[in-house]
Design a binder for this molecule. Structure first.
Ligand SMILES: Cc1cc2nc3c(=O)[nH]c(=O)nc-3n(C[C@H](O)[C@H](O)[C@H](O)COP(=O)(O)O)c2cc1C
Length: 185
C-alpha cells in the first residue's frame, strides 16, 4: 500500500500533528512519501490570471501550476492519504487551503452532473488529523470545511477526521490523550 503523508504544519518534527501522523504511520506499515506543504512555496494565483478568465498566467502562476499538478499527481498515485494540520484561527493554514484547492480540478477530479457535483476520485482512504491548542469542539467549523472539501473530489468515501484539541492545556498529557484517538482508527 502506498501512503502519501501531507504535512500541513510548519513545525517539522516538533509539531504535534507530525508526531500523531507518524504514530499512526508506524502502527500501520506502508510505503510512505511525506510532503511538507510549508517547504513547497505555495502561494495564491495572481489577480492577472483570474481577471483574464484564467487565460493569462504570470511566470509565478506557471510555477504554482507545476506545484499544484505534482500534489494532485501524488494524491492520485496513493492508496492512502494521511494529512495533519494545526487549527489556525478556527481554520487551517492558508498553505493547506491551497493544497485543498489544488485537488479540485473540473473534469479531472469532479464533474457537474444533472444531479449536482460528483467527485471523480475513487478508492482512497483519507485520514486527517487536526491539532489545536483549545478544546475539540472549537474545531467543528474546520472539520465541516474539510468534509466539504473532500466530498467535492470523492475523497470522502473512506474519510476519518481526528480532531484533537488541548495541546495548550497545562497539566495535560496531550500526546498520550491524542494517541488514544488515533488508536480508535
Ligand atoms: C497562527 C496560529 C493560530 C492558532 N489558532 C488557534 C485557534 O484558533 N484555536 C486553537 O485552539 N489553537 C490555535 N492555535 C494553536 C495550534 O492549533 C496548536 O498549537 C496546535 O497544536 C499546533 O499543531 P502543530 O504542533 O502540529 O503545528 C494557533 C496557533 C498558531 C501558530
Amino acid at each position: 500500500m502506498k501512503t502519501l503523508h501531507i504535512n500541513g504544519s510548519p513545525m517539522g518534527p516538533e509539531s504535534f500533528g507530525t508526531k500523531l501522523a507518524n504514530y499512526y504511520l508506524t502502527k500501520n506499515e506502508s510505503e510512505v512519501q511525506e510532503v511538507n506543504l510549508f517547504s513547497l512555496g505555495l502561494c495564491e494565483l495572481s489577480e492577472q490570471f483570474y481577471k483574464s478568465g484564467f487565460k493569462n498566467p504570470t511566470e509565478v502562476d506557471q510555477v504554482q501550476f507545476g506545484l499544484r499538478a505534482k500534489l494532485l499527481e501524488d494524491v492520485l498515485n496513493s492508496d492512502q492519504i494521511v494529512i495533519n494540520m494545526p487549527m489556525w484561527n478556527y481554520s487551517c493554514p492558508s498553505t493547506v487551503r491551497i493544497f485543498l484547492d489544488a485537488l479540485a480540478v473540473p473534469g479531472k477530479t469532479f464533474s457537474y452532473t444533472s444531479t449536482g457535483i460528483k467527485g471523480m476520485i475513487e478508492g482512497k482512504k483519507v485520514i486527517i488529523i487536526t491539532t489545536a491548542g483549545g478544546e475539540n469542539n472549537d474545531q467543528n467549523s474546520l472539520s465541516e470545511m474539510l468534509k466539504s472539501a473532500m466530498a467535492l473530489t470523492g475523497l470522502n468515501q473512506d474519510l476519518k477526521i481526528i480532531a484533537v484539541g488541548g495541546s495548550a492545556r497545562t497539566g495535560y498529557d496531550y500526546l498520550a490523550e491524542a494517541k488514544k484517538e488515533i488508536d480508535k482508527i
